[in-house]
Design a protein around this ligand. Structure first.
Ligand code: NAP
Length: 312
């Protein structure tokens, strides 16, 4: 349970990621009020003890407010909209912690607006999907005011298993974008070798079992295994969101004149998956794009494989 004198918490955005993360704070005993644009998504949290706020502004008297929305434009809207944004009303929280994956520029604009009204803003993007979050295995990378971080660290630690503070300003945004470039490239590499395996007559299960037990395996390769072996593409993270992150990464590459040929190619393969109609599916549909490019049709192996994400 949360200890006494803990800050009151607000949470904006209850999508695939926001809902399980806010749920972890509710379960830890914090006083949490939530707001979501599509109000129905707040209901399961209300049943578990969260207060449902009718508007974003109703969260402005909370001590710490988290946000977890889709894009840079969405973050600007929920924070800076003159008619209802969190930071444009009469009252404001002490600390705002944004966990969305957004651009450095947007994060800086929101930080400046927050500072102008005495609110300390932390960038705290995360690694892991909704199921990883629910299992308590998420990782958080955080940057911003060191004192604010020290104050809210116990709350952030409730979100997952690792919290890395990387310094001032927008550093965490960059680290998170680097991470997601690796995520896309790694998934594309898995897709290609699994299509090669298909053409060679080797099961995807055999390949993934070996990789997961090797130094090349990871929490990620393990939890993607059921998806890749049994072709389950229920969305945990969509190719549209991944394309956004590749575009953020490649914009930084252009700004710094850093050639990134593999990243550039992978970005276009993510685009192909959207063009082929997988926009609302999981980004692991990169496997289906690789198969189509090789002229093969994959079938589920109907194998009993674990994602390694047993709840805590
Ligand atoms: P999601 O399931 O699409 O949820 C997006 C959330 O943002 C929903 O609550 C949505 O409200 C809200 N939202 C979007 N635009 C809004 C606006 N203009 N005003 C108010 N609310 C708005 O996305 P997600 O997978 O949770 O991802 C959220 C963020 O986490 C993204 O930046 C993503 O890149 C990042 N991320 C995702 C994953 C993952 O595996 N999914 C992992 C790490 C980081 P509605 O319910 O009304 O649509």
């Amino acid at each position: 349970m949360a200890e006494q004198n803990n800050p009151t918490v607000g949470w904006i955005g209850l999508g695939n990621m926001g809902a399980p993360l806010a749920g972890r704070l509710v379960r830890a005993g914090y006083d949490v009020a939530v707001w979501n644009r599509t109000a129905a998504k707040a209901q399961p949290l209300a049943e578990r003890g969260a207060v449902v706020a009718p508007t974003i502004r109703d969260l402005s008297s909370r001590g710490v407010v988290f946000s977890m929305v889709s894009t840079s434009a969405d973050l600007e809207q929920v924070m800076l909209d003159p008619d209802g944004g969190l930071l444009t009303g009469d009252t404001a929280p002490d600390v705002v912690v944004d966990c969305s994956t957004v651009s450095v520029e947007t994060s800086g604009r929101v930080r400046d607006a927050a500072a102008a009204r005495g609110v300390r803003f932390l960038a705290a993007p995360v690694s892991g999907n909704g199921k990883v979050a629910a299992a308590g295995k998420l990782s958080v990378v955080c940057s911003g005011d060191a004192d604010a971080f020290a104050e809210v660290r116990p709350l952030i630690e409730r979100l997952g298993r690792s919290v890395t503070y990387v310094g001032d300003g927008e550093t965490a945004r960059l680290v998170k974008i680097y991470h997601n470039l690796l995520l896309g490239i790694y998934t594309e590499a898995l897709a290609e070798i699994l299509v090669l395996a298909e053409k060679s007559g080797v099961s995807r299960r055999a390949v993934m079992d070996f990789i997961n037990g090797s130094v090349m395996g990871s929490v990620f390769s393990q939890y993607k295994t059921p998806s890749l072996v049994n072709l389950d593409f229920h969305p945990t993270f969509t190719p549209v969101l991944l394309r956004k992150d590749f575009d953020l990464g490649l914009a930084e590459a252009r700004r710094t004149e850093t050639p990134m040929p593999i990243t550039t190619l992978t970005r276009d393969l993510v685009e192909s998956s959207i063009g082929r109609g997988f926009a609302k599916d999981d980004f692991a549909t990169l496997l289906l794009v690789a198969a189509a490019n090789a002229g093969v049709t994959l079938e589920s192996e109907e194998a009993d494989v674990s994602d390694g994400l047993d709840p805590e």
